[in-house]
Design a protein. Structure first.
Length: 185
């Protein structure tokens, strides 16, 4: 939807001018490799694999969200938990988030960790492995939740505009409480 909004700003209606195909990332990658699609929008690791096979990145989602009003990168996936449970278990959530942050930073900075992952990822080429590490590191959001939430509010308005009530229901703004605030803030 964000890509469609981005294209619409350039007077391109992807729904009318493109044959949009939805599918699981492995299937979309195979269709791209077989030459059955002109472009593929998929998760970072599948993009990295396609790049390693000679494909070129057309545009990064960070560029799209910035063009749509975000001031920086935002997480495209996240964790979901019950709000009442979160109120009772703040320290557990905060420790979990700290541990995931530490693990992400370790992977972003450690070639040795990627060497350990190479066989699991079935990557034998050093350049391909470096590309995976680079793309992974690029996807780590290193901003405060407050900054990210402000940008999520802006992008929600874009989604509400392009997707209407079919996408967002009656809520015209991002509902309060969508973002968790760690105890330190």
């Amino acid at each position: 939807m964000l890509l469609q909004a981005f294209a619409r700003r350039a007077s391109v209606d992807l729904r009318k001018e493109a044959n949009i195909v939805y599918g699981a990332p492995p299937l979309l990658s195979q269709k791209a490799l077989q030459g059955e699609t002109d472009a593929t929008l998929t998760y970072w690791n599948f993009c990295a694999d396609l790049e390693n096979r000679g494909f070129s990145r057309a545009i990064a989602m960070e560029s799209i969200v910035r063009d749509l009003g975000a001031k920086g990168p935002i997480a495209m996936i996240g964790y979901v938990f019950d709000g009442d449970w979160a109120k009772r278990n703040r320290s557990i959530i905060d420790r979990f988030l700290a541990a995931t942050h530490e693990a992400k930073e370790l992977l972003a900075s450690s070639e040795m960790e990627w060497q350990r992952l190479a066989s699991t990822l079935r990557i034998n080429d050093a350049n391909a492995l470096a590309n995976y590490q680079q793309r992974y590191s690029e996807g780590i959001v290193r901003r405060s939740p407050i900054e990210e939430e402000a940008d999520a509010h802006a992008l929600y308005l874009v989604l509400a505009d392009i997707g209407g009530t079919q996408l967002v229901g009656p809520a015209r703004e991002l509902p309060a409480g969508t973002f968790y605030r760690p105890s330190a803030e």
